[in-house]
Design a protein around this ligand. Structure first.
Ligand code: 26Q
Length: 828
């Protein structure tokens, strides 16, 4: 077999249609679309329906209309997109590259129309045709290319970079199947494959001319003192671009997702024809598996070879693309840090350090020292978790097998750190006990490392990287997460958004601190009445949707109490459902005690292999089956768990919430971002001092936040106390009653011992301190009931909540990244 060096230079794969042709006499200005009007938009829509979709308006389906409408809206995104690209090239502006294994964008049609400022006109055009915008928009598949918070954060940040005219690219993987679809069978979670690509997405632009080889395996050889990588396999990364339009429609950035293709499509036809069928089909299989499916775990599936290959696939294609773009107009790669900032979204793309160093040495002739310096200046690393099981570690053997050259460089990176700053503690060394510690690798190849809330960043300094913090005291900093007010207020809650605009005028959308002006209305009766109506309208919308799509009927009176997020023991859905059981028992004991009616809403998926999380889902559904049908209680307590929680469902649930459950064991939730979305929509929070809850409470005021539970320090102490769970349960009558009911099979009469393990673990270990925090949570819930009975006071608190949420705009977060990490200015 002929040996190929792992030289990516000259290996930019050119697809068949990629040759750039010279053209003459094109007046690009004349191509600009005319100023939009409802009439003009209507014409464009009908034109697309007929000529792009090939569908007769008389017989067009909702799908046909949705595609035509997407094209008509998309047309308007092109000019900001080109303007952004041209401005960035023309001014030789620095660019940000956000590398993330997940992007949970949500649907794009309405969001893009809002950001382009054409929502009302589009609506008018559709109404003139007797069509409903929202109804058509709901036909769009919600691409589930992420697990949860980290993926959604990437989407909020990309939208904010576009709003701020910060030149940025999001780089991710175009998974064929995103996160599985969740269904329930007798309360048990059932997973089926997600299929967002069943039809071509109108938001996708395939770019066959931007394709790269990604190399795997093989071995190293020495040649004249240089190390040569002789890889064994390669795949081709093909790019798929989506424009992400910023609010105001002045700028659009690119989300570039890589799809893996067998290299045969591009080069190996000869080999294939020559009869090397096995080799050709192996390449085919590798390529197909690489971008086939998103790993459905939000803590690490440690050691899975395919996951490592996916991470390298994303990283290598992206870094090659970044270098190609830089070299198109520069020749000195030592200047790269002045023109490119690469942000690693957690450690998933942490192979970026070694990859960039490799390309600088092997393709561009740099010495290791210089290459490592350049890489470190370019890279930043955001940490999203402290959970030990979620910290990525790869065995040295696997790393050497899949990426031998990178393994060699990882050893050199560790050696360099020791040379420069002295020996490393085993626990945080890059190489420890036959493993590569990806957090340490990311830390030592980055100039900045950030946590995602103040508390989390403190814990990174004190618990995760204490020794690194001493060696590099300037490196760790905090950037508290934020969420985009465009999707999470303007799109999701149009009535409230309109009321806010009526009260304080436009521009809160891009200057969320203006919400403080709402405080003036917190005592205004007329305002509060309309405010109450917007909440009621949101509840009605949710109820209609649940009825229509899930055949679930809920009352729209009473307190909507919502917990939506991935199902995880540390997030403590168990605490919530236990309290719900206690409530049910209390109502039954004393039906006429003046109970405030509650609708308990849950949403979230469990990783397929996470047995305890799946038990929790089943318990919630089992409790719902009993409670919702109990004639003694059903008017006062309902438990609702619609399946398949995703971005689109969040847009319906969050505006309808009165109470937001943010009840993780202190010290375990890095930030949370759902907490921000709820508070921005006026829900009051019941929560622990964890993640960004701490900062939300500081901003909205302790009197508007239902605090409970142990602090991070108390959690650590309590865990040291032998028998703490048993002691806590024995000291709490409600806890004993709850566990007894669950243990007796009250909610699983067909299988009384279904929750035996769960109850045992409560008595005997309770790592997440559900029992220890129960009474405190219960007491906070009593305060909630009391507060809710005074409608005006509740509404006032809710308005003050919103008024003080400006800080949690993702625009503020992105500005902080720009100033403190990326060293980049807005380009407009
Ligand atoms: C890693 C290796 C192999 C397979 C899967 C993974 C993996 C995938 C996803 C590990 C972690 C994740 C996702 C983590 C995540 O969503 N973290 C959340 O990030 C949010 C944004 O910063 C925070 O608000 C949440 O507190 C944090 O839990």
């Amino acid at each position: 077999m002929r040996k190929t060096r792992a030289n990516n230079r000259g290996f930019t794969v050119r697809g068949p249609m990629s040759e750039r042709l010279q053209v003459h006499n094109v007046d690009t200005d004349a191509l600009e679309l005319p100023e939009i009007t409802a009439e003009g938009f209507r014409t464009s829509l009908l034109h697309h329906l007929q000529y792009s979709v090939g569908s007769d308006p008389e017989h067009a389906s909702k799908f046909d209309w949705r595609i035509a409408l997407s094209y008509a809206v998309r047309d308007r995104a092109i000019s900001p997109w080109f303007r952004a690209t041209r401005t960035t090239w023309d001014t030789d502006h620095k660019r940000v590259y956000y590398l993330s294994m997940e992007f949970l964008t949500g649907r794009l049609l309405e969001d893009t129309a809002i950001n382009l400022g054409i929502f009302t006109i589009v609506n008018e055009a559709l109404t003139s045709l007797g069509l409903d915008f929202h109804d058509i928009a709901e036909d769009e598949p919600d691409p589930a290319l992420g697990n949860g918070g980290l993926g959604r954060l990437a989407a909020c940040y990309l939208e904010s970079t576009a709003t701020l005219a910060c030149p940025a690219y999001g780089y991710g993987i175009r998974y064929e199947h995103g996160l599985f679809k969740q269904g329930f069978d007798h309360g048990v979670q059932i997973e089926t494959p997600e299929d967002w690509q069943a039809n071509d997405s109108p938001w996708n632009f395939t770019r066959p001319e931007a394709a790269y080889r990604v190399l795997f395996g093989g071995h190293l050889e020495e040649e004249n003192g240089a190390t040569i990588w002789v890889p064994e396999q390669h795949v081709v990364a093909e790019s798929h671009d989506t424009p992400i339009v910023g609010y105001g429609g002045n700028w659009a950035n690119t989300l570039r997702l890589w799809a893996a293709k067998p290299s045969a499509k591009y080069f190996d036809l000869n080999q294939f024809n020559a009869g090397h069928l096995a080799r050709a089909s192996f390449a085919e299989a590798l390529a197909r598996s690489l971008s086939r499916v998103l790993y459905p775990n939000d803590t690490t599936d440690t050691g899975k070879e395919l996951r490592l290959r996916q991470e390298y696939f994303l990283t290598s294609a992206s870094v090659q693309d970044i270098l190609r773009r830089f070299l198109a107009t520069h020749d000195d790669l030592r200047k790269l840090p002045d023109f490119a900032a690469i942000q690693m979204n957690d450690t998933h793309p942490a192979i970026a350090g070694p990859e960039l160093i490799r390309l600088l040495i092997d393709d561009h002739g740099f010495e290791f020292e210089t290459a490592a310096d350049i890489a470190t200046q370019v890279l930043g690393y955001t940490n999203h978790t402290l959970l030990p099981e979620a910290l990525e570690r790869w065995s040295v053997d696997l790393m050497r097998h899949v990426l031998p050259r990178h393994m060699d460089l990882i050893e050199k990176i560790q050696h360099r750190e020791i040379e420069l700053h002295g020996p490393l503690e085993p626990a945080t060394a890059i190489l420890d006990n036959g493993h590569v510690n990806m957090g340490s690798l990311a830390f030592l190849t980055s100039h900045r490392v950030n946590g995602v809330s103040a508390l989390h960043t403190d814990l990174i300094r004190s618990d995760l990287f204490p020794d690194f913090n001493e060696r590099h005291p300037e490196r760790i900093l905090n950037v508290t997460n934020g969420v985009t007010p465009r999707r999470w207020l303007k799109l999701a809650n149009p009535d409230l958004a309109a009321l806010i605009t009526e009260a304080i005028g436009e521009e809160w959308e891009t200057d969320l601190d203006r919400l403080t002006q709402l405080a003036e209305y917190a005592d205004n009766d007329d305002f509060l009445t309309v405010f109450g109506e917007t909440k009621h309208a949101a509840k009605n919308r949710l109820a209609d949707w649940l009825n229509h799509h899930h055949d679930i009927d809920i009352p729209v009176t009473g307190l909507f109490d919502v917990q939506v997020k991935r199902i995880h023991e540390y997030k403590r859905q168990l605490l919530n459902i236990f309290w719900t059981i206690a409530r049910w028992q209390r109502i039954k004991r004393d039906p006429s005690a003046g109970w405030v009616p509650r609708v308990k809403l849950f949403g979230g998926k469990a990783a397929q292999s996470y047995v305890m999380a799946k038990d929790i889902i089943r318990l919630i559904n089992d409790v719902a089956a009993v409670v919702n049908n109990d004639p003694d209680t059903k008017d006062l307590l309902q438990v609702v768990f619609p399946p398949n929680y995703n971005v689109s469902m969040a847009e319906k649930l969050i505006p309808a919430a009165d109470l937001s459950e943010q009840i993780s064991t202190a010290g375990m939730e890095a930030s949370g971002t759902g907490n921000m979305k709820f508070a921005l929509n006026g829900a009051l929070t019941i929560g622990t001092l964890d993640g960004a809850n701490v900062e939300i409470r500081e901003k909205v005021g302790a009197e508007n936040f239902f605090l409970f539970g142990l602090t991070t320090e108390e959690v650590a102490q309590r865990r040291e106390e032998p028998g703490h769970s048993r002691a806590a349960i024995e000291a709490s009558q409600p806890m004993r009653d709850i566990l007894q009911a669950v243990a007796e099979g009250t909610f699983s009469p067909d299988e009384p011992h279904r929750y035996g393990n769960l109850v045992d673990s409560m008595w005997n270990s309770d790592w997440f301190l559900v029992a220890s925090d129960f009474d405190s949570y219960d007491e906070a819930q009593t305060r909630v009931d009391e507060a809710y009975q005074d409608t005006r006071a509740w509404q006032k608190a809710s308005v003050l909540n919103i008024a003080n949420m400006g800080y949690f705009s993702s625009d503020r977060s992105v500005r902080e990244y720009m100033a403190k990490i990326w060293n980049i200015d807005s380009a407009l």
